[in-house]
Ligand binder design. Structure first.
Ligand code: MG
Length: 259
């Protein structure tokens, strides 16, 4: 149907009182070229902010939590300064000084952490084999452990959501090698004391997906089943499990809806 007849048809529809919005859109669409129809589903606002992301560097909009120089972004969970060791650009657990946590609180995040287990002593096996951990919101632990060639319960091995979710594969490198965690965490939501949306986590271990949008059942527990307790945004915490596990290149990006 050519354009003239379509226009006439629309005029007749109006005259007969049968004109409808849907009919109008359909009639109008019929008159358009394909490229014009395609334009109708183009969304031009909002425009994503520009971020530079150079190889091996934190993205330009990241909050750098440890760049090898100092622990100014951290404090001890026991109060006061973080007492772990910083040497040659590397952060290492100082056993007995306690966990450290970021001064800043976070909700939904993309977190990058690099860690290294030292050479194990001969009698170190399982959970004793250079254990640490990355706690999201001080409650939800992604296990750090030398699980290269050391047996433990799989829901407690490296890259497990501790005591909740076994990693899909074991991507652990040998001791003394640097390893990477890239973690996408969606914080739980609460309405007062009531959970309205659980936490979800995706973890890449050395670039390999090991947790895929796992729905957490609550905060990490060593003994007993996990459950949720209401909380707001909270710090990221690294675990002192009495082993000299090292960290470097720690950065975080807050994930916020595009405006
Ligand atoms: Mg641990």
């Amino acid at each position: 149907m050519n354009t003239m007849y379509k226009a006439m048809g629309a005029a007749v529809a109006v005259a007969l009182g049968t004109f409808s919005v849907a009919g109008d859109l359909m009639a109008a669409d019929d008159e358009l070229e394909d490229w014009q129809k395609a334009q109708k589903t183009e969304v031009w606002e909002p425009v994503p902010p520009k971020v530079t992301a150079e190889p091996g560097q934190p993205p330009s909009d990241a909050t750098v939590l440890f760049d090898g120089t100092d622990l100014s972004a951290w404090e001890s969970v026991n109060g006061g300064e973080a007492k772990w060791t910083v040497k040659d650009g590397v952060l290492t657990v100082k056993p007995g000084t306690g966990d450290i946590k970021t001064k800043q609180s976070f909700c939904d995040v993309q977190l990058h952490v690099e860690w290294r287990a030292p050479k194990p002593e001969a009698d170190m096996e399982g959970q004793e084999r250079n254990n640490s951990g990355v706690f999201l919101q001080q409650r939800y632990e992604i296990q750090v452990l030398d699980s290269h060639e050391s047996k433990t319960y799989p829901n407690g091995q490296a890259a497990s959501v501790y005591k909740q979710s076994i990693p899909l594969v074991n991507a652990t490198r040998a001791p003394e090698q640097w390893q990477e965690y890239d973690i996408l965490f969606t914080a739980p939501r609460f309405d007062g004391d009531e959970l309205t949306s659980p936490a979800f986590v995706t973890v890449l271990h050395n670039g390999v997906v090991v947790q895929n949008h796992y729905e957490l059942t609550g905060k990490t527990e060593w003994i007993g089943a996990p459950s949720y307790e209401a909380h707001g945004c909270a710090p990221i915490q690294l675990q002192d499990h009495s082993n000299e596990v090292s960290f470097r290149n720690i950065w975080v990006r807050e994930i916020k809806p595009l405006k």
